[in-house]
Design a protein around this ligand. Structure first.
Ligand SMILES: CC(=O)SCCNC(=O)CCNC(=O)[C@H](O)C(C)(C)COP(=O)(O)OP(=O)(O)OC[C@H]1O[C@@H](n2cnc3c(N)ncnc32)[C@H](O)[C@@H]1OP(=O)(O)O
Length: 409
């Protein structure tokens, strides 16, 4: 088999995207979804593998800026649209695309690459670690009561048209980005993503609805959701399907949750993805009747270990020498000394004795502060070579706010 890997020509986009759709089962995207992804595709960062006239492999990258612990916003490649034709699977095409992509990301100076995986098993071999998890839950609103903070009644809720409220919602989102690691700052065009709502994918639910939380005339939060009406012999059993919720303060957030949990003719709020430390879990009277579960969210790869570790802040002083293994990106291999704290960090090559040994995958998992180095060590994935180094690094790498990716890409 002779194949050619090359940068995507914009004129080839339909064939290229068709290969991706086929790799995901062959159900074509809705026209508005296709249009959005076509317009967001960065052609010079998208690669295809061609077998003669036929596209058999696809991979793309978005130019993201991602929040990291301490509030910095770091240039990051958002890896996306990965697919290989079923006729050409398991012959190394994905591996060749990952090779080219990570070389390009490095050459472009982005210290991080991130992705969401169709299957979590795929990307560890390329140095990605699971850096952020997400919580799913179904709140049984017939049984669960909410205890809201003082002031909640003063928050004014206003139903708004989702599209017409874009400016207000985006202003809230932008202020939330530095406050939680793992959130992409919105790039031009991406404000359309929360509005993507193809009719064929609603599964009987309403079009997207929006409620704004206001205080003194200023928008301080929003929720995007849909309602799925359902009726049984005994009565209404509709669901509220939460799509997106951000608020600037806990009182506005509580007002939004109380609203979602009390919509007439519904008996549950279905949460697809929320931060693992989300505040609603402390408002509810009975967490068991919310059945929370966790799954992997954002997979993180340090493309340039030194630059990536310098880009974030550390919540306690740290001075540790890491011995890093990175077979796929050998430029990261070797010993790195990290010194820093809340104000900043330095991470440089060193000849000093290693104090913690791990692979780049564990660094990716721990990077956003959501997975502790101690827990990775408990699985044998981090080795402590100087007594005390594990605790010191583990505390420093932690984040008081759990990382979370608010939307797919
Ligand atoms: C960021 C995103 O877009 S995620 C979306 C990923 N795409 C999909 O899931 C669509 C359906 N699947 C596919 O298109 C393909 O099967 C892919 C892209 C997952 C894999 O492509 P391939 O060209 O077959 O992978 P490649 O041959 O390079 O495999 C490399 C290694 O990964 C392993 N691997 C590949 N896919 C998988 C998988 N789904 N699960 C477990 N292991 C896998 C291979 O066995 C191989 O292992 P080895 O090196 O030990 O032999």
């Amino acid at each position: 088999m002779t194949t050619e890997l090359r940068v995507l020509d914009p004129g080839e986009w339909d064939d290229w995207y068709g290969t991706l759709e086929l790799a995901f089962g062959g159900v074509p995207d809705a026209p508005e979804e296709r249009r959005l992804w076509r317009e967001l595709t960065e052609h010079d960062r998208s690669i295809g593998v061609w077998d003669g006239e036929r596209c058999v492999g696809t991979a793309g990258a978005f130019t993201f800026r991602l929040s990291v612990p301490g509030g910095a916003i770091v240039p990051t490649a958002g890896v996306t649209m990965v697919g290989v034709a079923a006729t050409h699977r398991r012959r190394g095409i994905l591996t060749s695309m990952m090779r080219r992509q990570l070389d390009d990301v490095r050459a472009g100076g982005e210290p991080l690459a991130v992705l969401t995986a169709s299957e979590p098993e795929i990307y560890g071999r390329f140095g990605y670690g699971i850096g952020a998890y997400a919580t799913r839950a179904v709140i049984d609103t017939t049984r669960v009561r909410l205890s809201v903070p003082d002031g909640t009644d003063e928050v004014v809720l206003r139903q708004a048209d989702p599209a017409k409220s874009t400016a207000e919602r985006e202003a809230v989102y932008a202020r939330r980005v530095p406050a939680r690691p793992g959130m992409p700052a919105r790039q031009p065009g991406w404000e359309r993503l929360p509005l993507l709502d193809p009719e064929g994918e609603r599964g009987g639910a309403s079009p997207r609805q929006c409620v704004l939380a206001e205080r003194d005339g200023e928008v301080v939060g929003y929720a995007l959701y849909a309602v799925k009406p359902e009726w049984s012999y005994t009565g209404a059993e509709g669901s509220v399907l939460l799509k997106d919720l951000e608020a600037l303060d806990p009182v506005a957030e509580a007002a939004l949750w109380r609203f979602l949990c009390s919509i007439d003719l519904t008996s549950s709020v279905r949460i697809h993805s929320r931060p693992v430390d989300d505040g609603w879990q402390h408002l509810v009277s009975d967490i068991r009747r919310c059945a929370p579960t966790q799954r992997d969210g954002l997979h993180v790869r340090l493309v340039d270990v030194g630059a990536a570790l310098e880009a974030r802040r550390y919540q306690a002083p740290v001075d540790v020498v890491f011995e890093v293994a990175d077979a796929f990106c050998p430029w990261n291999e070797g010993r790195w000394r990290l010194t820093g704290g809340r104000e900043g960090a330095r991470c440089t090559r060193t000849e000093e004795a290693a104090e913690l040994a791990l692979s780049v995958r564990e660094l990716g998992a721990a990077y956003l502060g959501g997975v502790s180095l101690t827990s990775l060590a408990a699985a044998g994935r981090v080795r402590e070579l100087r007594a005390g180094a594990l605790l010191e690094a583990s505390v420093a790498f932690g984040s008081p706010v759990a990382p979370w990716l608010p939307h797919g890409f």
